[in-house]
Write a protein that binds this ligand. Structure first.
Ligand code: SF4
Length: 190
């Protein structure tokens, strides 16, 4: 059966356990598609909105809820709020069915998210929101979880997480069972 497009995430990449995109061990989902066009973006291959890997949101939810030994989930991209209906649905369902902490990145500024009607549900469901465009001239590789100084790390009132110090410079290398190496994070030198 073909699901409706609106019920499918356009996914760029999934790592079932990372350690640098939020506290603890996290299921990490990179969505495909972003039109914000930040100069110097590290994930340009995630800009096109043409389908990359389509995953029904219920299947994705089940995959997350079944993932072993994780503390939470992080969504980044690409732009999660350009798949807002599915992203907000997923965050709400994870809150409802688990104790997993929820972190989401967005290139939108809080005032833009308010105008679009996404701010309230984000504050309700997310434990950490990293908001704002990546600005190359404000790049700083010693910031925890964000790439440029203008971006904001927001802990909503509903957050179940304690605030973390803002400084860090983490890299992670994941070696698959087939020997493929994936490097996550942003090294000081390109
Ligand atoms: S919002 Fe994120 S993915 Fe989109 S262009 Fe900016 S840095 Fe790249």
């Amino acid at each position: 059966m073909k699901f409706q497009a609106s019920d499918e995430f356009n996914v760029s990449h999934i790592e079932p356990a990372t350690h640098i995109y939020g506290p603890g061990t996290r299921f990490t989902l990179w969505v495909q598609g972003c039109s914000l066009g930040c100069k110097g973006c590290w994930n340009e291959e995630m800009w096109p909105k043409r389908p990359r890997t389509l995953i029904h949101r219920i299947e994705l939810l089940q995959q997350i809820l079944r993932a072993p030994n994780i503390d939470g989930i992080t969504i980044l991209g690409g732009e999660p709020l350009q798949q807002a209906e599915n992203t907000l649905w997923l965050l709400a369902e994870i809150r409802k069915h688990s104790n997993l902490s929820i972190m989401t990145y967005t290139g939108y500024e809080p005032h833009e998210l308010k105008q679009m009607g996404y701010w309230k549900p984000l504050l309700e469901f997310a434990d950490i929101i990293v908001a704002g465009r990546y600005q190359e001239d404000k790049r700083n590789t010693y910031l925890r979880w964000r790439g440029s100084e203008n971006q904001q790390v927001i802990y909503p009132d509903n957050s179940r997480l304690a605030q973390y110090p803002d400084e860090s410079n983490d890299l992670e290398m994941i070696i698959s069972e087939h020997g493929a190496i994936t490097t996550l994070g942003y090294p000081e030198q390109q």
